[in-house]
Ligand binder design. Structure first.
Ligand code: C2E
Ligand code: CA
Ligand code: CA
Length: 781
């Protein structure tokens, strides 16, 4: 449709415009030629008419000469002269009549010397003659060589007069001849000009007694009278020249000379017709020619257009036509074809990038999702029983810290190694291992039920048990694995994927290897929302409680110490332990408010008169979110000022992982806090990847050995060794060491011998409400 439109419009426009221009030029030329021919023709006719006029006048004069000779003959007749002399009326009359009829005169008359009529011979009816005579004679007598025209009975006559001498003038011979058809015919024959005599009577009527015109124009002439310039007849235009005949008596006579314009134009008309035919033929040829050229242009254009449409549909493999032409179209087609090939190559590359993970060579999330969609479509389309399928999602634990501490190159190699292990565990070509992004992987198991999925998950977990070793670094691998099965857990691919991920997060939360999706995981996320509202409510309605767990010195150092731990006195749920809401508060960022609340409570306690004299130092826990808050130090300073307490009465506990989330910003904040006078402590030491060498750079004062090592000291020699070497290393770096999770006297003793500085744990005291804590301190004395 579009193609045809393009073609039609282009060709039409090309041809149409060219034709229009051609026609305009031709028409203009035609008009000019026509006008010129017309003008020339008229000029030519006018010239011819000039000549005609001269000839006509000559003819009239010749006529007059002839008449005069006839008259002179009569005047010279001896018998006639003697008859006049003798007054022989009878003879005179008969001579006049004879002579007149012999030379064809209409009037033959004898005038006396007094110019009075003495005798006359009239041919036909001429009652008007005597009256006419009187007007006629004087001018003739005045000019004997001339002639006179007079109209009688509507017919023009030419009169001449010669003297009768014997030898003196004894009278005048007057003769008149009708100016009639033969004269006109002679003119017509001589010059092929039409002649008409128009007689204007005294009453204004026009008569045409003599004419060579055909009946049509003649009738027109009789109706219209003498035309000015030209006579338009149905047969064509006649150019007219009117010649007034001199010396007229008895009416006005004009001789009309008429020439047909069309006769002159006729040969030119033929030329013009020929020209018109040539023009039409030219236009047709031109139309065909431009049409062909346009066709030659639009055909390749059309194929280019079709090619662009193919490209936009993503078909890159059909080569372009017209690339072999040597003109501009050929150039265009060739460069277009290059473009097609280039785009095709790029497209393949983009597709590869779009569907494959470069680092591991595994399919990416898009590709994986498509595979799941396809697998479900296949299974649904097939005959029942349907093949079930399962999606496993894995998220590596602590990957971010590996990246931060051991570097991105190490992180990349770790991901590649994980990809390789997964590939080994999932061999079938129907199945697929993909990297969904970051440290998240997924496995598609075709035809697998829940049992098979769990078995695979277990195999993967086992394969992770062997630590990864590159160069001299060794890293433990572990991952949360979520399982979702189709059609049991979800109906479509997207839900299946997201439920597998939900299961994975649940698995990570619970630190259990692999979990299959359960509807309760989903509701957990709706629970979190209401939990956030509840937490806000808790702060505003004073449901949070400050608990303090004493830290005791093992070598008699002065002062008392404690760790501040939050508790939630929930109106329905009772006392909620922090592990049930701190991780959530950290996720949502609410922990910042919680930290400030905690800090304020501790500041209030330190300002409390009951704690004066105890030289109490309280440890407050900070989270990642706190460290990354650039306002933290000023906020804390405000609280200090408000309660009038010193920063040195605080110790701020930060876990390794909190520092490692963004080491640079953490380091900057720790420096500021240290400058403000806060003591800083590394909490849960030993659970992360940070090296002591790194920690040395930080302005830290204290190291808290994680309770998992401390509690394991009794049973495992490994843990005891870790605790001992940690204490030694920390001391070498000038840090004090606190052991938390001291649950037995034996461990306490062991720690004391290992030169640990402080201890904290259930064996000494559980976290206590403020009043109980103060009472406990009082008991210690
Ligand atoms: P943490 O900072 O490592 O705190 C020490 C945890 O060990 C406390 O648990 C404490 O009750 C527990 N503990 C102390 N002695 C023993 C012992 O002998 N045996 C055993 N098994 N456990 C012992 P708690 O109070 O349940 O707090 C858990 C975690 O919640 C804390 O771990 C800390 O990370 C977080 N937390 C508590 N309060 C706050 C707070 O105000 N702010 C922040 N950011 N985190 C807090
Ligand atoms: Ca702590
Ligand atoms: Ca701890």
């Amino acid at each position: 449709m579009q193609l045809r439109l393009l073609r039609r419009s282009l060709i039409l426009r090309l041809v149409g415009l060219s034709l229009l221009l051609l026609l305009i030029v031709q028409a203009a030329g035609f008009a000019v030629v026509r006008a010129t021919i017309d003008r020339n023709a008229r000029a030519q006719i006018a010239q011819a008419l000039d000549l005609d006029e001269n000839v006509w006048r000559r003819l009239l004069e010749q006529n007059a000469d002839k008449l005069r000779q006839g008259s002179a003959l009569l005047a010279a007749d001896y018998g006639f002269r003697s008859a006049v002399n003798s007054g022989d009326e009878e003879t005179i009359q008969s001579v006049l009549e004879n002579h007149g009829s012999r030379i064809g005169a209409a009037v033959t008359a004898l005038l006396g010397t007094d110019l009075e009529l003495r005798a006359v011979s009239l041919a036909g009816n001429m009652e008007a003659f005597p009256a006419t005579l009187r007007a006629l004679v004087p001018p003739l007598a005045a000019q004997p060589q001339g002639s006179q025209i007079a109209v009688m009975g509507g017919v023009p006559y030419q009169f001449v007069m010669v003297p009768l001498r014997a030898p003196v003038v004894i009278g005048w011979v007057l003769m008149g001849f009708p100016v009639n058809q033969p004269l006109a015919d002679e003119m017509r024959q001589l010059l092929s000009v039409h002649v008409a005599l128009v007689v204007q009577g005294a009453d204004g009527t026009a008569k045409v007694p003599v004419s060579t015109l055909p009946p049509g124009p003649l009738a027109l002439l009789q109706r219209q009278g003498v035309p000015s310039g030209e006579l338009q007849t149905p047969e064509g235009t006649l150019l007219a020249r009117a010649i007034r005949l001199d010396s007229v008596v008895g009416g006005e006579v004009q001789a009309l000379l008429l020439r047909s314009v069309d006769e002159v134009l006729a040969p030119y008309r033929q030329l013009q017709v020929l020209l018109a035919i040539i023009t039409v033929a030219g236009v047709l040829l031109f139309a065909v020619g431009t049409g062909l050229v346009a066709q030659r242009l639009t055909t390749p254009l059309r194929s280019l257009l079709a090619a662009t449409q193919r490209l936009s549909r993503g078909e890159y493999d059909v080569p372009l036509e017209h690339t072999d032409r040597s003109d501009e179209i050929g150039n265009l087609a060739r460069s277009f074809d290059h473009m097609r090939v280039d785009i095709g190559v790029q497209q393949t590359e983009i597709r590869r990038l779009a569907y494959w993970d470069r680092l591991t060579g595994l399919p990416n999330r898009e590709r994986f999702r498509e595979a799941v969609v396809l697998a479900i479509a296949h299974s649904t389309g097939g005959e029942p029983p349907q093949h079930p399928l399962a999606v496993l999602t894995l998220d590596l634990d602590r990957f971010k810290h590996v990246n931060d501490v051991l570097g991105y190159a190490f992180g990349d190699r770790l991901l590649q190694a994980v990809a390789e292990r997964l590939r080994q565990q999932v061999p079938s070509p129907d199945n697929m291992v993909a990297r969904l992004g970051g440290n998240e992987f997924a496995v598609l198991l075709q035809g697998a039920d829940a049992a098979t999925a769990h078995a695979t998950a277990l195999r993967i977990t086992h394969s992770f048990e062997e630590p990864l070793a590159f160069e001299d670094q060794t890293v433990d691998l572990s991952a949360g694995i979520g399982i979702a099965c189709w059609p049991g857990d979800a109906d479509d691919a997207d839900t299946l994927l997201s439920r597998s991920e939900i299961a994975m997060y649940a698995a990570k939360r619970r630190l259990s290897g692999a979990l299959q999706y359960d509807a309760s995981f989903d509701s957990a996320s709706t629970q979190t929302l209401s939990l956030l509202t509840e937490l806000r409510h808790a702060v505003e309605h004073h449901e949070l409680r400050l608990y303090l767990q004493p830290k005791v010195p093992l070598h008699g150092q002065p002062g008392r110490a404690a760790e501040a731990l939050v508790r939630w006195q929930h109106p329905q749920r009772g006392l909620v332990p922090p592990m049930q809401f701190i991780p959530f508060a950290e996720q949502t960022g609410f922990v910042r408010q919680l930290t400030l609340w905690m800090f304020e409570e501790v500041a209030r306690l330190l300002a409390d008169p009951r704690t004066q004299g105890l030289a109490l130092r309280v440890s407050v826990n900070l989270s990642t979110r706190d460290l990354l808050d650039p306002e933290l130090s000023t906020r804390l300073a405000d609280i200090l000022v408000r309660h009038g307490v010193l920063a040195s009465a605080f110790c701020l506990e930060i876990t390794e992982s909190a520092i490692m989330d963004d080491p640079q910003r953490a380091e900057a904040m720790l420096n500021r806090l240290s400058e403000q006078g806060f003591k800083l402590s590394i909490d849960d030491f030993g659970t992360g990847y940070s090296s002591l060498a790194y920690l040395k750079r930080l302005p830290v004062d204290e190291l808290k050995i994680d309770k998992s090592f401390v509690m394991g000291m009794e049973t495992g020699e490994d843990d005891a060794m870790i605790v001992r070497s940690t204490i030694d290393l920390a001391h070498n770096l000038g840090l004090t060491v606190v052991a938390e999770g001291v649950e037995t006297a034996a461990i306490l003793e062991r720690l004391r011998t290992l030169a640990c500085d402080e201890a904290q744990g259930y064996h000494i005291a559980r976290p206590l409400p403020v009043d109980d804590f103060l009472a406990w301190q009082a008991r210690q004395g």
